[in-house]
Design a protein around this ligand. Structure first.
Ligand SMILES: [Zn+2]
Length: 92
């Protein structure tokens, strides 16, 4: 259907990557930090441990979103990294 590729920049490696291959972290105006779905300022990070670790270590997400990232959000991100999403993503 919609085959347009939207590129977003990873906060860790600074590469432009297809949005579907990135983790999206949103600072929602009412729910605070949410993942993948939400309205507000967004930051993106590759679905790679190296990039996620780099983003956490250098507080890239905090800087991009201008707020604190709690441990539970980081754990949620790491969880998503470890769970296979390929099967769902390929079923287009
Ligand atoms: Zn990256």
């Amino acid at each position: 259907m919609n085959s347009k590729i939207v590129l977003r920049r990873c906060v860790a490696c600074q590469k432009l990557i297809d949005r579907r291959q990135l983790l999206r972290v949103i600072r929602d105006h009412k729910d605070g930090i949410v993942l993948n779905e939400g309205m507000g300022r967004s930051a993106y990070v590759c679905l790679q441990e190296t990039c996620l670790n780099e983003a956490i270590r250098r507080k890239r997400l905090q800087k991009a979103l201008r707020c604190q990232i709690t441990k539970s959000v980081i754990q949620e991100l790491q969880l998503r990294l470890n769970s296979p999403i390929d099967s769902a993503a390929e079923a287009r």
